[in-house]
Design a protein around this ligand. Structure first.
Ligand SMILES: Cc1ncc(C[n+]2csc(CCOP(=O)(O)OP(=O)(O)O)c2C)c(N)n1
Ligand SMILES: [Mg+2]
Length: 361
């Protein structure tokens, strides 16, 4: 190398966090919270509920009773583990696939169904009132998160903004700009990239030339950590550390949760058109729910009877939510103009009146 004699002025490193192997054995000493069996089983229950809910949501879509829906199959540990480390007063800025985080924070299942059924009701969910709604425009929640965190800093509030997006979003200018701003101002924000290897049909290798997504934080001046996204213990531990650091005033953190999208992108997608069934099959051995169950059962924290009871509980909760969703009176078409503007521009006001007139006829 011609310039080999030049001094090295900076070196950077990216760490990888994992505790549980796919068979439930332990790769390194577990973090302190893992001795709390109630917490571990709560994480397990939340992931199971999410998987059951997803299955039902797809069935509703396939029978014409729900719009497009994005399942979390294979990546349940990320949204559940991240949300479990947040305080109620923190603010979540989720992407469209982060149902697990919303449910953990108190959003009702029927509210999620209503949203994907096209009935947003102003996104007035039952979670913390300042949490943001699902974000569908890829990456656009990142500048919002920087803004939220900037407000926390100005108000001297010990709160943290937690912003979730996918691997695809990490190529968006919005995300770079938000991370840069957050790094400059040392804002209390944690960016979480769920690297599920795919952005619809675009594989990770066409998304970035980087070895890791976590290293993108380095250019913005803060720590990026790569985490095994199928290990909910690792996700929870990484989130705890990052959120605590942000709350203490140490500035932003970035978590890359490496996982795999076992399902289609959404119900509008057929992933077999761009990836092989063999590839998907091979990744099933890493999935997060069996992994935690293996650990819990192996350590006598979970029994067959509990598993059966949980399955029945999930079924009951999901079915009850579906009933409430289907029994909800549809909103009148003109309400689509509500909640977007404080003062509706004239052109929309006219359209609204037209729809109101049709309703009367
Ligand atoms: C700004 C914008 N561009 C394009 C789209 C269409 N779109 C929806 S999801 C998606 C891929 C996102 O992939 P990723 O960020 O990895 O999230 P994942 O779906 O894998 O959770 C795209 C391109 C969009 N919703 N918003
Ligand atoms: Mg993705």
């Amino acid at each position: 190398m011609p310039d080999g004699g030049l001094p090295v002025i900076a070196r950077f490193e990216v760490r990888h966090r994992n505790y549980l192997a796919p068979d439930g054995s332990i790769n390194r000493p577990l973090p302190a919270f893992a001795s709390d069996a109630d917490l571990l089983t709560a994480l397990y229950r939340a992931m199971m509920l999410l998987r059951n809910f997803d299955r039902k949501a797809v069935a509703l879509q396939r029978t014409g009773r729900l719009g497009t829906y994005a399942v979390s199959l294979g990546q349940e540990a990320v949204s559940v583990g991240i949300a479990s480390a947040m305080r109620a007063e923190d603010v979540l800025l989720p992407s469209y696939r982060d149902n697990g985080a919303l449910i953990w924070r108190g959003v009702r299942l029927e509210e999620i169904l209503l949203f994907w059924g096209g009935d947003e009701r102003g996104n007035r969910f039952s979670g913390p009132v300042e949490d943001f709604p699902f974000c569908v425009p890829v990456g656009s929640q990142a500048p919002h998160a920087a803004g939220v965190a900037y407000a926390f800093k100005l108000r001297k509030q010990p709160r943290v903004a937690v912003c979730m997006f996918g691997d695809g979003a990490t190529s968006k200018g919005d995300v770079y700009e938000a991370m840069n701003f957050a790094g400059v101002h040392k804002l209390p924000v944690v960016f979480v990239a769920t690297n599920n290897q795919w952005a619809i049909s675009v594989p990770l290798r066409l998304q970035t030339g980087c070895e890791t997504l976590a290293q993108k934080a380095i250019a913005a001046g803060f720590i990026g950590e790569q985490v095994d996204g199928s290990d909910v213990v690792a996700i929870r531990a990484a989130a705890e550390a990052a959120i605590a650091a942000a709350r203490e005033g140490q500035g932003p953190r970035f978590i890359e949760a490496v996982t795999y999208r076992l399902g289609d992108h959404t119900t509008s997608d057929d992933a077999l058109r761009y990836r092989s069934a063999d590839e998907v099959q091979a990744r099933w051995k890493e999935e997060p729910i069996a992994r935690l169950r293996n650990y819990l059962v192996g350590n006598k924290m979970w029994s067959k009877a509990q598993e059966e009871q949980l399955a029945a509980e999930c079924h009951e909760r999901v079915e009850a939510a579906v009933e409430r969703y289907l029994a909800t009176e549809p909103r009148r078409p003109e309400t689509m103009f509500d909640h977007l503007y404080a003062d509706l521009p004239g052109v929309y006001a006219a359209q609204r009146r037209e729809l109101e007139g049709e309703g009367d006829g």
